[in-house]
Design a protein around this ligand. Structure first.
Ligand code: BES
Ligand code: ZN
Ligand code: ZN
Length: 497
């Protein structure tokens, strides 16, 4: 992971390579520059007078060799938005990154920002945190497989961002932002890793390494243990693979915690569809089918590093879904860990098979106040909600509002979907207790109805991240490919619990 480290300094350094200052507009439309340095004001005035810099939202203009800096970037603040919402500031932060990436270190002048932020009815805290978040998340790169020369790698590295502010609380707040974003980027790294490198045993090793580094317990079940436990769903999906499955348990148990949240992640390191093979076009994207697991790993890591006062248990069922000669066939009947028999009508609906076991394991081993699973579960959810929202399915209405709120705060938005009993009729089987597909209609809901059978009526939320986990092209501070969705959402949710 190559992302910049943020820190706070109290006064502007006397010189440097690159400084960012912000400009907004007052009520009459006059440009207001906010900087701790008079020389910059003077130099910028000319550009403002000629209209070359109008402080339009997200506009950037550079001054060179001013006030001891090789380059000073004037950045237009969001306009017409009162209050500035976190998201517009995150996007502003992202907008700045391409211009400053080649510098090893930059300074961001927040002196005299109080007024504008106040007039925009935005808490200074929210402004700075969102700015840092947008910058860090945008600066993320996944370049480990590029044969770059060391000096090229260096040249592309923004190692440090110094925020210049007199606020005393800011350093602590930014440290939290740093940790949270690192959790997101840990998840991105895991998702971006191709499946020839990241198979189930490797995913387990990565989780173990993170547990060791950040002080949470990680337990890994191998195929023998998984067999003893009778995890028939995970074993059935694994039958076509040359790699063994893994069941991974991550535990953050702080002293004095009163609540327990179990997070369950779909950990399909690759999904070919199995014998119900997927079409070739775009199949490579299916390395993303462990994005739920990645979100769980990133979130537990954050919970441990931030000292969140809630027991957070992560459960990950991991394998790839392949077509080996021993692979399960459509029409097979399998028995999951809780004894439910399943007609496997389509081997590409494999996520619900491994999640059924993981949910049952969680239900029987922990007294959870809430269980939340994250899964790239259905193409139908992408059809329903596109890339803009994660589908939320639940049997526990009170869980909705806090998750929706965390989604708005982090802009990892979730959208509640219906769970009417009648939808379960679509997954009735003539030969077994249930069938793993429910036809074309309401495909994301019938998948959720399948999962519901494994939680015994206990409070549970299913988040279908098929549309939000992995992107074809970058968007604002989100990169192409692994997004790390879910980590900021759940970190925010757990903190406010
Ligand atoms: N991993 C896929 C779902 C998916 C689709 C994830 C697009 C990310 C982007 C899942 O295992 C799957 O193949 N689901 C099938 C279910 C169907 C056979 C009932 C689907 O959505 O087509
Ligand atoms: Zn599938
Ligand atoms: Zn899948």
């Amino acid at each position: 992971m190559a992302i910049p480290v943020v820190s706070v300094i109290k006064s502007l350094p006397p010189k440097g390579e690159c400084l960012v200052v912000f400009a907004g507009k007052d009520r009459r439309g006059e440009v207001l520059l906010h900087t701790g340095r008079k020389e910059i004001l003077t130099a910028a005035k000319a550009l403002i007078e000629t209209g070359e810099f109008q402080a339009k939202e997200n506009s950037l203009v550079s001054l060179y060799q001013v006030a001891g800096y090789k380059r000073v970037i004037l950045a237009g603040l969001p306009s017409n938005k009162k209050p500035f919402d976190g998201e517009s500031v995150r996007r502003l932060g992202a907008q700045i990154i391409p211009a400053v990436e080649k510098y090893g270190q930059i300074a961001v002048d927040l002196l005299e920002m109080g007024e504008i932020v106040k007039s925009a009815e935005c808490e200074e805290d929210v402004f700075t945190r969102s700015l840092a978040e947008g910058m860090i998340l945008k600066a993320y790169r996944f370049e480990k497989f590029k044969s770059l020369k060391p000096e090229e790698r260096e040249k592309r590295k923004l190692a440090r961002i110094q925020f210049v502010s007199e606020s005393n609380r800011l350093a602590v707040r930014l440290q939290e932002v740093q940790i949270t974003c690192e959790g997101t980027c840990t998840a991105r790294d895991l998702i971006n890793e191709p499946s020839n490198i990241l198979n189930a045993p490797e995913l387990a090793r990565r989780a173990q390494a993170l547990g060791k580094a950040h002080g949470f317990k990680v337990t890994v079940f191998d195929k023998k243990k998984i067999t003893e436990l009778g995890m028939g769903g995970l074993l059935a999906v694994n039958r076509g693979s040359a790699n063994p499955p893994r069941f991974i348990i991550l535990e953050h148990r702080p002293k004095g915690a009163k609540k327990t949240v179990v997070l369950v992640g779909k950990g399909l390191t690759f999904d070919t569809g199995g014998i119900s093979l997927k079409p070739a076009a775009g199949m490579g994207d299916m390395k993303c089918d462990m994005s739920g697991a990645a979100a769980v790993i990133g979130t537990v890591t954050n919970a441990a590093r931030l000292g969140i006062k809630v027991n957070v248990i992560g459960l990950i069922a991991s394998t790839d879904n392949k077509t080996g000669s021993n692979a399960q066939n459509p029409g097979d009947v399998i028995t999951l860990m809780n004894g439910t028999t399943v007609e496997v009508d389509n081997t590409d609906a494999e996520g619900r098979l491994v999640l059924g076991d993981a949910l049952h394991y969680g239900r029987t081993r922990y007294e959870a106040d809430l269980t939340i699973d994250l899964a790239t579960l259905t193409g139908a959810c992408v059809v329903a909600l596109g890339r803009q929202a994660t589908g939320l399915f639940t049997n526990h209405e009170p869980a909705v509002a806090p998750l929706v709120k965390a989604g708005e705060k982090t802009f990892e938005r979730v959208w509640p979907m219906p769970m009417f009993d009648e939808y379960a009729d679509q997954i009735k089987s003539h030969i077994a207790d249930v069938k793993n597909v429910g036809g074309r209609e309401a495909g994301s809901v019938t998948a959720a109805k399948f999962l519901e059978k494994f939680v015994d009526g206990k409070p549970w939320v299913h988040l279908d991240i098929a549309g939000t986990a992995f992107l074809d092209s970058p968007a604002h501070y989100l990169p192409k490919e692994g997004v790390g969705v879910g980590v900021r959402l759940l970190t925010a949710y757990l903190r406010d619990l």
